[in-house]
Every structure is written in C-alpha cells, then in structure tokens.
Design a protein around this ligand. Structure first.
Ligand code: HEM
Ligand code: HEM
Length: 243
C-alpha cells in the first residue's frame, strides 16, 4: 500500500488520522490475471449466449424481403456459436490454470467435502446470508458457500451447456464432423432425441440465469456488508480487508 502522507489542505485532523489508519490496511493478492481475464471473458460469452439463445428458442417475427438480404437469424446463430466456441476454449484454459495457478485457482474445482469444518463453515455462511447470524469469518479466496455455488452453478452447468450445445451444433455440422463424433453421438441418444436436447439446453439457460442473479446479488452484498473488497478483487486481483 502507498504510504504517501495525506496533504493537510482541505482535510481535518480526524480525517488525516482515519487516512493514516487506512494506510495500514493490508491487501492480499488472490486472483491471478488468467482467472480474472477468464471471469470477464466468460461473463461476456454467457451474456451473449443467453441473449442469442433466447432468440433462437423464441425467434423474432419474420422480416419482409429476402432472408439472405438481412440474414437476421443467421447473425444471431453465428454470434451464439462463436461465443459457444470461445466459452468452451476459455473453460479448457481455466481448467489448465487450476493445475498451474495458485491455490485460489483450484478452489472452484476442489471442495473439501470430507472435512467436518467445511460443513460447519458452510452452515455458518448460509446463516449469514439468510441474516440469521453474524459473519462467521472472512476468507482470502472464495467462501465455502461460494465454492459450492460456483462449482455447481457455473462449472457443472457450464459443462452441461457445452456438451448439449455442441451436440446440437454437431447435428448441423453433419456426420463425420468433430462435434458430431465427440458430442452428438452420445448426448442425443442419452436424452432421447434432438428436441429433448434442445429442451434441456434451454432449461440450462434459465438455471444459469438464476445462478447469475444470485451470484451478482451475493457479490454486491458481500462487498457492502463483508468489510472486505469483493468486486474490485475480480478486477485488480487484490483483496483488501477493512477494520
Ligand atoms: C454471466 C455472468 C457471470 C458468471 C457466469 C460468473 C461466474 C463466476 C465464476 C465461475 C467465478 C469463480 C471464479 C474462479 O474461481 O475462477 C466468479 C467469481 C466472482 N464473480 Fe462472477 N460471474 C458472472 C458475473 C459477475 C458479475 C457481473 C460480477 C460483479 C458484479 C461478478 C463478480 C464476481 C466476483 C467478485 C467473484 C469472486 C468472488 C469471491 O471473491 O469469492 N461476477 N464468477
Ligand atoms: C451458457 C451457455 C449457453 C446458453 C445459455 C445457451 C442457450 C441456448 C438456447 C436458449 C437455445 C435455444 C434452445 C431451443 O429452445 O431450441 C440454444 C440453442 C443452441 N445452442 Fe446454445 N447455449 C449455450 C451454450 C452453447 C454452446 C457452448 C454451444 C456450442 C456451439 C451452443 C450451441 C447451440 C446450438 C447448436 C443451438 C441450436 C441452434 C438452432 O437450432 O438453430 N450453445 N442455446
């Protein structure tokens, strides 16, 4: 932290004392650049996928004129498939970083379910979020509830969307395409038929939207009530603890 003294002009002695105390606050480097870049690329892809996916499922009214002149659904589907590719490749990169990054980079993938303390702390966090108790403690990385939520809501759900999405994509790409061989060949029989995969892929979108709403609420709430930086930590990488 910078130790530059506060200039006295325009600030009272009390404010200067508060600023000096602020200079003693320590920040911890938590999220490395690849985790942060992945987070925001992923946000961009998922928002694009939700908007374009919604219009694939509920298409806009037919436009007048030659379809090839405006190509509206074509652009919507193109944006969907491009973001789908970027999301899948970025997730592979994030999994790689889970192996080579710092230990906070692994928190989303490895949950210590076998440890009693994990369950006690998880319950403590649930009570805190439900306004039933004081904050049980502060965490440098993700808290126990965030870890479970991110694993299920974003990692497992994200994988589900990628598998079902590429299964549908492989149908269009045709037999012999990599997507058809790797995904359509087992995903479509697993769900029954193509329309079932569409329906589950569509449900998956709403499940993710619910997780995203809860996630943003929790991040903003914790930023205000948790006495520590949360949102800026996903931008700068540093967690700052207040008093
Ligand atoms: C499509 C929307 C979003 C998705 C899918 C998403 C997904 C995720 C995931 C997977 C993580 C875990 C990161 C890791 O360990 O690698 C995470 C963390 C985080 N996200 Fe998001 N996120 C979304 C939107 C947002 C937005 C809009 C904000 C800001 C308001 C935000 C703030 C954060 C913060 C602060 C963390 C770190 C929480 C902590 O320190 O424990 N996210 N998010
Ligand atoms: C968060 C991720 C995703 C969301 C929210 C999402 C959402 C949607 C939705 C709502 C639909 C319409 C389903 C229907 O009612 O028929 C759809 C269709 C589709 N999605 Fe996704 N999707 C995601 C990821 C992916 C990925 C990774 C791919 C892979 C390329 C993909 C490929 C497709 C394909 C091929 C279709 C069918 C297009 C058509 O029938 O014209 N999606 N998606």
């Amino acid at each position: 932290m910078s130790s530059t003294p506060l200039l006295s002009t325009g600030s009272t002695p009390e404010e200067q004392e508060l600023a000096r105390q602020g200079q003693a606050i320590r920040s911890v480097y938590v999220y490395e650049a690849p985790v942060r870049i992945w987070h925001w690329v992923n946000v961009f892809c998922i928002v694009t996928l939700c908007v374009t996916g919604y219009f694939i499922g509920s298409p806009l009214p037919t436009l007048p004129g030659e379809p090839s002149d405006h190509f509206l659904m074509g652009y919507i589907r193109f944006a969907h498939f491009t973001s789908g590719y970027v999301m899948a490749i970025a997730l592979l990169g994030r999994i790689y970083w889970g192996f080579v990054g710092n230990h906070h980079a692994r928190e989303m993938f490895s949950i210590p379910l076998h440890r009693k303390e994990y369950w006690t702390e998880l319950l403590g966090m649930i009570k805190w979020y439900a306004f039933l108790s004081k904050r049980p403690g502060r965490y440098v990385g993700h808290n126990p509830l965030a870890r479970a939520g991110m694993l299920l809501g974003f990692f497992v759900c994200g994988l589900f969307m990628i598998c079902t999405g590429f299964a549908l994509y492989g149908e269009g790409a045709g037999h012999g395409s990599w997507a058809n061989t790797l995904f359509s060949s087992w995903v479509i029989p697993l769900f029954g038929q193509s329309q079932d995969v569409h329906t589950w892929h569509h449900f998956g979108m709403w499940a993710m939207i619910i997780f995203i709403i809860v996630h943003i609420y929790a991040a903003v709430r914790e930023d205000i009530m948790g006495r520590q930086s949360i949102i800026s930590t996903m931008v700068s990488g540093y967690r700052t603890f207040k008093d």
